[in-house]
Design a protein around this ligand. Structure first.
Ligand code: HEM
Length: 303
């Protein structure tokens, strides 16, 4: 046996003996292992069978697939955020590098939004959307997790209620005052609409658990825990600001403009007062408020 082979054998022995397994059985199993292929590894058959239309209109396929692409990228974003939030000792280069990765994904979502805005015939959209009521992208749970994992809860609370909420407020109470509750309520009666009732039935319990988990591990809290010298790192601050702006202004405006092209003044499938609700100058969702000047905060969503 060659020297390298002997070493390899030795390492395999050590690995399996450490978990009380017979290495020979595992080596023998290799003889029967199927060769790996691209399609088995990537699960292309499963992936390409997930696009099921509700209508007969071909452009509905664009709508479904682009949403699925968004969900995959949301998953990539959460994957990177979780590595940052779980990391024991964070350095400025590590934080910066992770934020750049996360922002690249969000930049891609913003710059590709024309696929929605220009990639479907309005006549088709206005027909197939009726088969989707009362569903809305509003019900994307991963989007909400990106928010919880990016900033402190106070920055996600509706401005009208911020003064009544602090770190000792129960999660359930904070949850009821999140900014996005506004899109889930009938303006006149204050009653929750079907859009949010269904969303909460499916996800509220999970959200409360995640809100608590990210309370001490969200990106903004992790940043604030860094030593002062690291917090002043210019590349890191630039990456933080870029991420905040991309998620909360660039993407929001790309989404808002695409929605405007189709809906005009029509009501949304989810039923919100969407022009008011979605525009960043009213919504004012800002993940890292202390990294912006007073002037920038004042003009949020318009610069
Ligand atoms: C023609 C395409 C689209 C239109 C017309 C549209 C329209 C809307 C409207 C009107 C809302 C407000 C809530 C409601 O009443 O439904 C909303 C929310 C939302 N949509 Fe879309 N949307 C489109 C595409 C997308 C895509 C591709 C995504 C990607 C996942 C998405 C994700 C979201 C999210 C996350 C929200 C909640 C935003 C928030 O709470 O600030 N939308 N959308």
């Amino acid at each position: 046996m060659r020297e390298e082979q002997a070493q390899l054998h030795q390492r395999i022995e050590e690995k399996f003996k450490a978990i009380d397994q017979n290495p020979d059985v595992h080596l023998e199993g290799l003889i029967w292992a199927k060769p790996i292929t691209y399609w088995d590894y990537i699960h292309t058959d499963a992936l390409l069978n997930l696009q099921l239309q509700r209508s007969t209109l071909p452009d509905e396929m664009v709508f479904i697939m682009y949403h699925q692409i968004n969900e995959l990228l949301f998953k990539m974003i959460l994957w990177e955020i979780d590595q940052l939030s779980q990391c024991e000792t964070i350095t400025a280069p590590f934080f910066t590098e992770k934020l750049r990765r996360i922002s690249r994904y969000f930049d891609m979502l913003s710059s590709s939004f024309d696929i929605m805005g220009d990639g479907m015939e309005k006549e088709q959209y206005m027909k197939f959307r009726n088969t989707l009521t009362p569903a809305s992208g509003f019900q994307s749970a991963q989007y909400r997790l990106i928010e919880f994992s990016s900033t402190e809860l106070i920055n996600l609370i509706d401005h009208r209620f911020r003064a009544s909420i602090d770190r000792n407020t129960p999660y359930e109470h904070a949850y009821e005052h999140l900014y996005w509750q506004a899109a889930g309520k009938d303006h006149a009666t204050g009653k929750k609409n079907t859009l949010i009732q269904l969303f909460e039935k499916r996800y509220k319990a999970d959200f409360l658990i995640k809100m608590e988990a990210y309370n001490t591990t969200n990106l903004w809290t992790r940043f604030k825990q860094l030593p002062d010298a690291v917090k002043k790192d210019e590349a890191l601050i630039k990456a933080m600001r870029h991420y905040d702006y991309t998620v909360n202004v660039t993407w929001v405006m790309a989404h808002y403009d695409a929605a405007g092209k189709y809906l005009g003044n029509a009501e949304a499938t989810g039923g919100s007062d969407w022009r008011k609700y979605m525009h960043p100058k009213y919504q004012r969702r800002i993940f890292f408020p202390e990294l912006w000047s007073e002037e920038e905060l004042k003009n949020w969503g318009t610069f």
